[in-house]
Design a protein around this ligand. Structure first.
Ligand SMILES: Nc1ncnc2c1ncn2[C@@H]1O[C@H](COP(=O)(O)OP(=O)(O)O)[C@@H](O)[C@H]1O
Ligand SMILES: [Mg+2]
Length: 248
């Protein structure tokens, strides 16, 4: 299994939406199953945003995690987002989520590492030095740092990118939208590889909430095309031995 962490340095650039979009597009592009884990220490939004139940959630999985984690156990704590993507939601309360994530910590990771045949997209929210998912960030196969190419996001983003690079965490950049700054400038300033751009679309919540269309023609929507491209590039990077933790 590969673990792809999706997070941001500041504000709300669209990390959760990107994580959902990657998760929904994953199987169609890679032929592998994906599960979305909402590991955001500020608390979850997936249940509220996509009309899911409050449980099962991370809380139920943390109870079950006394036993060895299997695909079955993981999936039984998941709900289906848009009827398609198995998704482990976090409680809406940040304190509860942080407590559960901190308690599960490295054990969840160790267990995930042993689960075969499924890849994990983890929405880790805003990355902080004292994050309850610091261990997950250290050991992910790829950290996708999400940013809007805007002036007020530049400084915190560059700072975070440098911190990740100095910690030898394999990190790449995704911009949400391509304006006002060219995403290539954001990449240059941060020293990160630019994976690509997720199209800016004001209807993003509704589109993702409807799931990935079965019909190829409907997938021509720019948002789905850009998500498909990003999955391609991430998948390629995970295969390339010199670009991720898998090389170690
Ligand atoms: N690609 C996008 N195009 C337009 N709006 C977006 C896009 N992605 C996210 N948004 C909007 O930005 C806001 C924050 O998105 P969210 O994914 O929750 O960000 P984060 O997880 O970084 O806080 C939401 O209102 C969402 O609809
Ligand atoms: Mg979020």
């Amino acid at each position: 299994m590969s673990i792809i962490a999706v997070g941001s340095a500041k504000a709300s650039p669209g990390a959760t939406s990107l994580a959902v979009g990657l998760g929904l597009s994953w199987a169609a592009i890679t032929g592998r199953k994906a599960v979305l884990i909402e590991a955001d220490g500020d608390g979850g939004v997936l249940a509220a945003r996509y009309g899911l139940a409050l449980n099962p959630s991370l809380v139920e999985l943390s109870g079950a995690a006394r036993h060895e984690l299997t695909v079955d156990r993981l999936q039984s704590s998941c709900q289906l987002l848009a009827g398609q993507l198995p998704c482990l939601v976090a409680p809406g309360c940040g304190e509860t989520t942080s407590r559960v994530l901190a308690a599960m910590g490295g054990r969840l990771l160790g267990d995930l590492g042993r689960v075969d045949g499924i890849d994990v997209v983890a929405d880790i929210g805003r990355i902080r030095a004292s994050s309850p998912v610091a261990e997950l960030v250290k050991r992910c196969d790829l950290l996708v740092l999400v940013v809007r190419p805007e002036f007020d996001q530049l400084v915190p983003f560059v700072h975070q990118a440098r911190r990740m690079t100095a910690s030898r965490i394999p990190t790449a950049l995704v911009c949400v939208g391509g304006r006002p700054y060219p995403p290539t400038e954001m990449a240059k300033a941060s020293g990160l590889d630019l994976l690509g751009v997720m199209a800016h679309d004001a209807r993003v919540d509704r589109i993702l909430g409807g799931g990935i269309p079965g019909n190829q023609r409907h997938r021509r929507l720019l948002l789905w095309r850009t998500l498909g491209e990003l999955v391609h590039r991430i998948h390629y990077r995970l295969q390339a031995p010199s670009l991720g933790n898998k090389a170690a």
